[in-house]
Every structure is written in structure tokens, then in C-alpha cells.
Design a protein around this ligand. Structure first.
Ligand code: IMP
Length: 505
């Protein structure tokens, strides 16, 4: 009887109008703090409405006085297939920030940061580590290969960078050697259907996390826990590895190895969520840095040719320890053309000399694997999807300089799939594989643009190209990179960002 009663209650509730319908307040006018469609490229700097908007409030105004209630978390997210240059974006904005949090992925990612003559290649540590004032946080959503992290911390220390402010979430999952072996053996087994992973054990580690068989960073400090967990799970891993012709692992070796890592990294472990929350409560500005890109997202990318985490901005909440309403800006990062590493459909791929030229000039080789990246024309179809699914408020456009010298540029504006024009990113990978791109063409420019610092000084055709990208995105492009160095950047929101400093502590 109680069971029927319960079903009845549920049915009644389902038929009742929801509280949302009954009590919903009237729709408000659109917020003045969001960008409208900019449409036109103006010679900056100009008054911005979106980027770090509270910073524009004069000292003494309501918002500026609120201090602790500031929503000052900014997410930096890749809008393409990764390798968009997020490292440069973070490094560029880090000067205005007290904390950078990496929220997903592992050492499959690679950030290249150029500082003067020095090139830093980072896989796990957030790019902001190069600033002495910065706390760099590896969030709970990241999967950590301790060996890579130790090597990276040693490399940074050798080069004079203080790594004591690198904090690692106790809850981040550990990439164990058997994860790496499983990833590689599985790819070999898939042969022609392989995803083309980086071979870093990313998928098996996230798989174990979801299966509740994972080891977390805090487990590296406890011999009894390590042994108990490994005794339970290792026989299955070894069985699977042997079935794929790979060598098994010995439990004693793994326990000793893991304890050694714990010994070395123990001082860096922290409760990352509270670190982030306390920084936000103090009114500090926190950058949440994604790895990979929207089109490699486990849920939103072209499955199965994706990574095993959520690079989209929503991943910053689960993997970085912030709530959705604490994020006030989402800066999307994209290149002026596209690249993709690994297998999977890629409608705008260029297999000719133009693509080769872009790959060479743009140095399009994987930071982690050294694999040549596939290169293609800019694809505006997934861009529109990425802007929507990430709530992108502004964009940094990278590597515009690489397109100098190409006579005719193309932007894919829609696909033809099975004889029909499709303007939206298809959720089906199979449909995407059948897509033929429909292009708009743009005359190119021949001048090098490395020295340009304002949009107004760009060649007219370059401005037209940027305008077209901005129109497709529907949100403003606020930063344009014209070279690898931090200074080789056209800034349209610079002043507003600087003004953030007036916020009282
Ligand atoms: P995994 O992340 O190593 O499992 O690889 C899954 C897919 O994501 C493969 O196609 C990789 O090439 C791709 N991938 C992973 N990390 C990156 C990255 O940082 N940039 C570009 N592609 C990546």
C-alpha cells in the first residue's frame, strides 16, 4: 500500500504546475554587464562591458564595496580541439590574478609559455607558476602522474622558479603505471579504430575514478591504504594486461613507488576546494584553466575520439571547486585556424601545401607527444556550439600572424550532410564524418603582423577576417595574439583588467 501511495504522490506532483512556473519572477531586462554582439572590429582600447566587469565600478560604489561577494572566478577554456594557446592566455592574464587552478586532464596536455628567450613546457603545473605572487593549484578534477609532476617541479626549481606555491588537491586521482600500460595496450589492440590517445593513461585513470577503484593523491601517504587497495584491484588489472600481451605489475613494487611519490609530494597536498573558496571570499581573482578543448570533451566532443574528462567550462565547477554562480567570465581561446591531434572526423582538414605551410609556420607539433598536428581552415560551426555550451563571454584569438602570406583564406560556415545544409554542430560523430564543409572566402594579407599592437593597425584584410570570426562567435574578441611572446598581443580590454586592482581586500 505505501508503495502505491508513493506513486500516487509522485503522479500528483508531476501534474501540478512547477514552482518555477507559478512563482517565477517576471523576466528581467538583459543584464547590462553582458556583451552584445560586437559585429565590428574597433581599433581598441575601448570601454568594455564584459571582461572583469565589476572592476569598472568606481571605488565607493555598491559593487566595489562588496569585496567578499565579488564573483571573480574566470574560466579559460579551449574552443577547438585543444592546443589553442591557453597557456599564453593564462600567462597573459596571470599578472592580474592571485591563483590559477587547473581543473581537468592530466599530463596529456602541454602548455608552452615563452618568456623572453626562455621556453617553458608545462604539462601539469598551471602556467601562472612563473609568477612569484601566484598560487598554482592542481584541482580535484585533474589526474596526476606523480612522476611527471616531480620532474616538472624539479625542472622549474632548477630554472629558478619557486614551486612552494604549487598546491595539489588531495582528491585528485593518481595515474598509476598500470593505467599507462592499459592505455597503450588498448590502443594497440584497437589498431585501425584507435583513438590516437597520448598514451598517458588518462582514460583508464578516469575509468577507475568512475568505477570507484582509483587511488587519490592523499592515498600516497598511507602504506596500509595503498596495500589494501592495490591487493583488491591489481589482480584484475594484471589479468587484463596479460590478455592484451602486456607485462603484469608486482604489488610490492607499486606500494614502494607510490610511497616514494607521496614522500616527495606530501608538502604540496592541500584541500584545493577551500583554497579556491577562501581566495574568492577575500575578493581575489582566480583563473580556472582548462586543458584540451571543447571538441575533445567527453560529453560534447566527437565521441569516441575525445579525451576522458570535461574541458568545457562546466568542468571548472566540478574539477576546480567553484559553484556555477561564482564564475563571472568565461574566456574562450581559439586559433585563427584549426588543428587536431589524434584520430576522428575533421571536416575542414587541409591535406595540401597550404596546410603544410601553416603547420610549419605555426610549429604545429604536439607538446607532449611531438606528433604533427592535423591542420585545417577555421570551422565556425563548432565555434558557435562551443560559445553556447561554455557560456563564453569573450575570446582570445591566437596565432593570427601564422596566416600572413596566404592569398585566400576560408572559414567553414556550415556543413552539407547527406545533401542538406546543416548549421549546427552534429552530436553524432558518424554524421560529422559525412560532413562536407561550406566555406566563405576572404582575401588574405601578405604583411607580417608581429609588431602590430592595435586592431586598427592590422592590414584591412586581417581586420575583416577577425570581424568575420567575431560575428560567428557572437561575443567579442578581446585579445588577439600576433606572436608567441606575452608582449605580442593586441589588447582591447586591458584597461578594465588593470582597474580590477582597485577592489578592496
Ligand atoms: P587522451 O586524452 O590521451 O586519452 O587522448 C584522447 C584524445 O585527445 C586523442 O585524440 C588525443 O590526441 C587528444 N588529446 C589529448 N590531450 C590533448 C591536448 O592537450 N591537445 C590536443 N589533443 C589532445
Amino acid at each position: 500500500m505505501p508503495a502505491i501511495q508513493e506513486v500516487d504522490d509522485r503522479a500528483t506532483r508531476a501534474l501540478r504546475p512547477s514552482r518555477e512556473t507559478v512563482q517565477r519572477p517576471p523576466d528581467r531586462a538583459p543584464s547590462p554587464y553582458r556583451w552584445g554582439h560586437a559585429g565590428e572590429v574597433y581599433p581598441g582600447p575601448w570601454q568594455v562591458q564584459g571582461l572583469f566587469v565589476w572592476a569598472r565600478e568606481p571605488v565607493g560604489s555598491d559593487h566595489a564595496d562588496r569585496g567578499g561577494s565579488l564573483m571573480s572566478a574566470t574560466v579559460i577554456v579551449g574552443l577547438q580541439w585543444g592546443d589553442e594557446g591557453k597557456g599564453k592566455t593564462t600567462d597573459f592574464l596571470a599578472e592580474q590574478t592571485s591563483m590559477v587552478v587547473r581543473y581537468q586532464g592530466g599530463d596529456n596536455a602541454g602548455h608552452t609559455v615563452v618568456r623572453g628567450d626562455e621556453v617553458f613546457k608545462l604539462r601539469l603545473t598551471p602556467s601562472g607558476v612563473l609568477y612569484p605572487h601566484m598560487t598554482s593549484v592542481i584541482g580535484n578534477g585533474v589526474v596526476v602522474n606523480p612522476l611527471t609532476l616531480i620532474d616538472e617541479l624539479d625542472m622549474l626549481t632548477t630554472r629558478g622558479i619557486d614551486v612552494s606555491r604549487v598546491r595539489v588537491s588531495r582528491s585528485a586521482h593518481v595515474i598509476m603505471p598500470y593505467h599507462v600500460a592499459l592505455d597503450r595496450a588498448n590502443e594497440a589492440r584497437l589498431a585501425g579504430a584507435a583513438v590516437g590517445t597520448t598514451g598517458r593513461g588518462i582514460g583508464p585513470t578516469y575509468g577507475d575514478k568512475a568505477w570507484r577503484l582509483g587511488l587519490r593523491m592523499e592515498d600516497l601517504l598511507d602504506r596500509a591504504v595503498l596495500r589494501e587497495r592495490l591487493e583488491r584491484l591489481l589482480p584484475d588489472k594484471n589479468l587484463l594486461l596479460s590478455s592484451m600481451g602486456a607485462d603484469p605489475f608486482a604489488i610490492d613494487d607499486l606500494v614502494d613507488l607510490a610511497l616514494g611519490w607521496g614522500d616527495r609530494l606530501g608538502d604540496h597536498l592541500d584541500d584545493a576546494t577551500w583554497l579556491v573558496q577562501r581566495a574568492l571570499a577575500r575578493g581575489e581573482h582566480v583563473l580556472l584553466e582548462g586543458a584540451q578543448g571543447t571538441l575533445l570533451d567527453l560529453d560534447h566532443g566527437s565521441y569516441p575520439f575525445v579525451t576522458s574528462s570535461n574541458p568545457v567550462a562546466g568542468g571548472a565547477c566540478t574539477g576546480g571547486g567553484v559553484g556555477p554562480l561564482q564564475v563571472d567570465e568565461v574566456i574562450g581561446v581559439m586559433k585563427a585556424y584549426s588543428t587536431r591531434v589524434g584520430s576522428g572526423p575533421y571536416p575542414t582538414e587541409l591535406l595540401d601545401g597550404i596546410g603544410q605551410g601553416i603547420a610549419e609556420r605555426g610549429n604545429e607539433f604536439g607538446t607532449v607527444t611531438g606528433r604533427p598536428r592535423r591542420v585545417g581552415w577555421f570551422d565556425a560551426v563548432p565555434l558557435r556550439y562551443a560559445v553556447a555550451v561554455n557560456s563564453v563571454t569573450s575570446i582570445m584569438l591566437n596565432k593570427l600572424d601564422i596566416l600572413s602570406g596566404i592569398d585566400c583564406l576560408r572559414i567553414c560556415v556550415a556543413y552539407e550532410i547527406d545533401g542538406r545544409r546543416i548549421d549546427t554542430w552534429p552530436s553524432s560523430g558518424a554524421a560529422l564524418a559525412r560532413a562536407t564543409p561550406i566555406y566563405d572566402e576572404f582575401p588574405g594579407w601578405s604583411e607580417p603582423i608581429h609588431g602590430v599592437r592595435s586592431l586598427g593597425d592590422l592590414p584591412e584584410n586581417a581586420r575583416r577576417y577577425v570581424t568575420a570570426l567575431e560575428e560567428h562567435a557572437g561575443v567579442p574578441i578581446v585579445l588577439v595574439s600576433v606572436g608567441p611572446e606575452r608582449t605580442q598581443t593586441i589588447e582591447r580590454a586591458w584597461r578594465a583588467m588593470r582597474q580590477r586592482q582597485v577592489v578592496p581586500a
